[in-house]
Design a binder for this molecule. Structure first.
Ligand code: ATP
Length: 154
């Protein structure tokens, strides 16, 4: 249940950077990297967002991790194709893909972001996107260090 978020981020970015042969810069400013969460799910969340960043851009990626006593903020920024403004409201829907033709490499199913949203929701966090076509995309995720428990849980 206790997750070292910084360690997890470093492992994942390192692995993806080797696999994709791309630079992923990690900038962090956290004193305590402890997050109470489902480690497997947080790993999956980071993979989805980072892999999209790699798939839809050719350049470096930036990940920043910041946090206070209550909440972590993770941002993943790419300098890729971006998302058209009209599509932004729908990208977290299941099976929604912007345009098959523009997807490079292997493409995908359009499930990644809906799964990412589900994981963030189940941890009582938020996920937002800022994007401009031809300029790049930034995903902003917040995750509270601990979730509020419903009555009857643990
Ligand atoms: P898969 O989940 O199998 O990788 P996918 O990438 O198509 O498939 P999602 O991850 O749900 O599916 O993303 C939905 C759509 O949002 C994608 O088809 C893509 O057009 C757009 N998208 C997601 N991330 C980015 C990004 N970083 N830059 C540009 N477009 C993106």
């Amino acid at each position: 249940k206790k997750v070292n978020l910084l360690k997890l981020i470093k492992e994942i970015t390192q692995r993806l950077s080797v696999t994709y042969q791309r630079d992923i810069y990690v900038q962090e400013e956290v004193l305590d990297p402890t997050l109470m969460a489902d480690e497997g799910k947080i790993k999956q969340l980071l993979f989805i967002i980072l892999e999209n960043g790699l798939k839809y851009s050719d350049e470096k990626l930036h990940l920043t991790l910041a946090g206070d006593e209550i909440t972590f903020k993770i941002s993943v920024q790419d300098y890729g194709i971006g998302i058209p403004a009209n599509d932004i409201p729908r990208i977290f829907e299941r099976f929604y893909r912007v345009d098959k033709a523009r997807t490079r490499k292997t493409g995908g199913t359009g499930l990644g972001l809906s799964i990412a949203k589900g994981i963030v929701d189940s941890h009582q966090g938020t996920i937002r996107v800022n994007s401009e076509e031809g300029v790049g995309t930034t995903f902003l995720i917040t995750l509270p260090r601990e979730q509020w428990k419903q009555k009857g849980e643990e």
